[in-house]
Design a protein around this ligand. Structure first.
Ligand code: 5AD
Ligand code: SF4
Length: 453
């Protein structure tokens, strides 16, 4: 009989991909994904600890799950991901009904850990080992012949190329939750991309905390392969239509990588390049190892290589010691670069980070006001950018269609809504004439008529 699996995923795309891999690995042991915990035999909470209140969120969800165990004695509850890594056994002290705690490097072991639990060999499984010599297993071989996820086949997928981070930005929890940077071998990545394309995937996003340093700190093959080399190799896999990647640290953004935007036609002209602050004083305190000036030079080079590139960024406001003057430099950077979009956050102290001990914490009210100012200006700029697409024709990859309405994405990552006049399928690319620009999306009319399904 099929066993029911429910996974609740918090946080980033890396976690989303990890959850998918776990779903697929568990499908081999007969688990079927369900969309609520009520009927589940196994509930996994995949956690994120990047910003404030992450731990509280996890404990409050666990509190809600606890009564289900009384109703269903077979139910196993597991906590995985970054909070599991960070808290370890503490989770079981606060939530004694938790059966499984799995750190970020150990997710591939979940099926065997579960076998022992279900078979009664152990009453609890905890593994939060985090090694610098870790090798990401060639899990993709196990997934051959399976659907890319027990969920319906999707046309776009993430592929993790590395995990961990060696940068130690002073505010960031990732080096302590995900460990040292570890790159996957090129052959494994290409094999996974090939399997996904065979299953109908058309767009791949390569994932890592700092993809620009792929292959640098632990040479993954006999010869060193740079991230630019990897991009060329992945772009060469037949059948791939769109290629993206995230995330990049500006300090490691090489000329070779910038050139990829001119050389690789399926590499989408959309780049997420987190700057975090426009003030050199704050960048230094953040240990970012680049300056405002060098960031601007890289932006200019990217725009030279690919004039239609859409740039996005991450910003932290209210870092310890951030003065009004420092913040005005961030606002000024926004005016200079005019990002197409951004993700902006109020600084929060995280465990095991250097900035948690920094003096001159910025009051909450000031952080809130700065965040609002930044976001209001970003919204105006995004709208101004979006207006420049009106009357242009964009290639749009369809994401979904319901009741005659289609939603898709341009190569620049803009969402487009348009009437579906021809029974479109997700993954299909059509030409759309843009007729209207909103702050967060575009609208248009489809020009292509020879749709394929
Ligand atoms: N406080 C606020 N924002 C943070 N980020 C990372 N750590 C913190 C923190 N301690 C933001 C950064 C990063 C994004 C993923 O989350 O902007 O790029
Ligand atoms: Fe959260 Fe970062 Fe961990 Fe992703 S890697 S789950 S964003 S802390």
């Amino acid at each position: 009989m099929a066993k029911h699996l429910y996974i609740k995923t918090f946080g980033c795309q890396m976690n989303e991909r990890d959850s998918e891999i776990i779903e697929q690995l568990l499908a081999r042991s007969g688990y079927v994904l369900v969309d609520g915990p009520e009927t589940a035999d196994l509930v996994l909470v995949n956690t994120c600890s990047i910003r404030d209140k992450a731990e509280q969120k996890v404990y409050s969800l666990l509190g809600q799950l606890a009564p289900l165990k009384k109703e269903n004695s077979r139910l196993k509850i597991g906590v995985i991901g970054c909070v599991a890594q960070q808290e370890g056994e503490k989770i079981c002290k606060r939530a004694p009904y938790v059966d499984l705690v799995v750190g970020t490097q150990q997710i591939y072991r979940i099926p065997s850990m579960l076998d022992r639990l279900v078979g009664g060999e152990t009453s609890r499984e905890i593994d939060t080992d985090l090694k610098s010599s870790f090798t990401i297993p060639a899990f993709q071989r196990l997934l051959k012949g399976q659907s890319p996820s027990p969920a319906p086949v999707e046309f776009r997928k993430f592929v993790t190329i590395m995990q961990g981070c060696n940068n130690y930005c002073s505010y960031c929890v990732v080096p302590s939750t995900r460990g040292r940077e570890i790159s996957r071998p090129v052959v494994d990545i290409l094999e996974e991309v090939g399997i996904l394309i065979d299953q109908g995937v058309k767009e791949i996003t390569l994932l890592g905390q700092n993809v620009n340093s792929y292959g640098q700190t632990n040479p993954v093959d006999d010869h060193s392969v740079s991230f630019a080399d990897l991009l060329h190799a992945v772009a060469g896999v037949p059948g791939l239509e769109r290629l993206r990647f995230t995330t990049s640290n500006p300090k490691d953004l090489s000329k070779e990588l910038i050139d990829c935007f001119a050389e690789i036609d399926i590499l989408c002209p959309h780049f997420h390049l987190p700057v975090q602050s426009g003030s050199n004083t704050i960048l230094q305190k953040m240990n970012r190892k680049y300056s405002r000036e060098s960031y601007l030079e890289k932006v200019a080079a990217l725009r030279m290589a690919r004039p239609d590139i859409a740039l996005a960024t991450d910003i932290i406001v209210g870092f310890p010691g951030e003065s009004d003057d420092d913040f005005s430099r961030t606002m000024d950077l926004l005016e200079t670069v005019r990002f197409h979009g951004s993700f902006s956050f109020k600084y929060s102290d995280r465990p095991n980070t250097r900035s948690a001990d920094f003096p001159d914490k910025v009051p909450e009210s000031v952080k809130k006001e700065r965040l609002q100012r930044f976001q209001a200006r970003q919204d105006q700029i995004s709208l101004e950018w979006n207006a420049t697409y009106v009357d242009t024709v964009q290639e749009v990859m369809v994401e979904s269609t319901t009741e005659g309405k289609a939603r898709g994405r341009t190569a620049t990552n803009h969402i487009v809504h348009f009437p579906d006049t021809g029974g479109l399928c997700p993954g299909e690319t059509v030409d759309v004439q843009i007729t209207h620009a909103g702050r967060h999306s575009l609208q248009g009319e489809m020009l292509t008529t020879d749709v394929t399904c």
